[in-house]
Ligand binder design. Structure first.
Ligand code: ZN
Length: 172
């Protein structure tokens, strides 16, 4: 799978729920895990590989053994805002401190269609928040301070020139 970069419009749209009965679900998830690891990422959401689907994979260590697969997640955030540096495979070269609530409680389905819950206030929780944003069409620069948003303008402009918006190869 190819990672879609900003300013592809699929990254700023709300993704559609996943039909847990679709026969290619396991294959999609497997390919996403492979793509994330090859890209040395710690999270990858459906829209980032041109899939209009509410699912993502995450691994706090970047290793396959630690991957959490979240399909049709529902999240609750709590706690004080904490600062942590983030990057995004769809916005290569941009890293900034982002403030988010300290804790996430996430309920989702795994690839076997079983519901599970995870609560985390560390790095994994931060990744889950970032990836869940992707399912709602929210990119991490929307959570930056005003000064950082101004600071990254040249980087965004460079990405806009590199990745001209065209036809996204969307898969059903
Ligand atoms: Zn991202």
């Amino acid at each position: 799978m190819d990672v879609v970069c900003y300013p592809d419009p699929i990254l700023q749209r709300r993704a559609a729920p996943v039909d847990l009965a679709r026969p290619d679900l396991a294959e999609i998830v497997e390919e996403m895990i492979k793509t994330m690891i090859e890209a040395a990422g710690v999270g990858l959401a459906g829209p980032q590989v041109a899939l209009d689907l509410r699912l993502f994979v995450a691994s706090a260590t970047g290793e396959a053994g630690d991957v959490v697969v979240c399909i049709n997640p529902q999240v609750e955030l709590s706690g004080p805002l904490v600062e942590m540096e983030e990057g995004c495979l769809s916005l290569p070269g941009i890293r900034r401190i982002i403030k988010r609530p300290s804790e996430i409680r996430l309920r989702a389905f795994n690839v076997g269609g079983e519901e599970f819950e995870v609560t985390d206030d560390g790095l994994l929780g931060r990744i889950l928040q970032h990836e869940n944003d992707h399912l709602n069409g929210v990119l991490f620069f929307e959570r930056m301070t005003g000064a950082d948003r101004i600071g990254i303008r040249p980087d965004l402009k460079a990405l806009e020139e590199q990745h001209r918006p065209g036809e996204t190869l969307r898969r059903p």
